[in-house]
Design a protein around this ligand. Structure first.
Ligand SMILES: [Zn+2]
Length: 141
C-alpha cells in the first residue's frame, strides 16, 4: 500500500488493525493533503475515502493540517496553517478505515471506528505517547 511520506508513520497503525478489516486489500493508497492558505480550496473534511474502478480500489486522503481563522480588531481575518496532532490524525484514520467495511455512517461504522481507535490508543500508550498538550506546545499552538 502506498502512503505519502508525510504520513508514513501511520503505517504500523494500519498494519495493526488490518486483521479487523477484511476489505483492507481494496485500499490502494493513503495520501496526505494540506489546505491552501489562500483558501482557494474549501476544506470541508478532515479525511475522505473514495472509490474508483467500480469500487475495486479505494483511496484515503487525510489532511495533515487545518486552517485556523482568527478575527482581529478592525475585522481583519488572520489565516494560519496549523498541523493536526497525532491524536487528530489517528481519529480521522480510524474513521476512514472503518468505511472500508461499512460505507454508510451507521451504528456499525461508528462501532468499528471506536474499536480501531481503541487499538490505536493502546499502541500510542505503549509507544510512550503522553499528552496532546505537549505536542501542541511543540507546534507552538
Ligand atoms: Zn465518514
Amino acid at each position: 500500500m502506498r502512503i505519502s511520506p508525510e504520513l508514513e508513520w501511520i503505517r504500523p497503525f494500519v498494519e495493526l488493525v488490518s486483521p479487523k478489516l477484511p476489505h483492507i486489500k481494496l485500499l490502494d493508497s493513503i495520501k496526505s493533503r494540506r489546505p491552501k492558505e489562500n483558501c482557494s480550496e474549501n476544506q470541508t473534511f478532515h479525511g475522505q475515502i473514495t472509490k474508483w474502478y467500480d469500487g475495486e480500489k479505494h483511496l484515503i486522503t487525510l489532511y495533515t493540517h487545518y486552517l485556523k481563522f482568527t478575527i482581529k480588531k478592525n475585522d481583519n481575518v488572520e489565516i494560519e496553517i496549523k498541523p493536526y496532532t497525532t491524536l487528530d490524525i489517528l481519529k480521522h484514520l480510524a474513521h476512514e478505515l472503518a468505511h472500508l467495511e461499512h460505507w454508510d455512517h451507521n451504528a456499525f461504522h461508528w462501532a468499528l471506528e471506536n474499536e480501531l481507535g481503541k487499538v490505536f490508543a493502546v499502541k500510542l500508550a505503549l509507544d510512550g505517547y503522553t499528552r496532546e498538550e505537549d505536542e501542541l506546545k511543540e507546534h507552538g499552538i
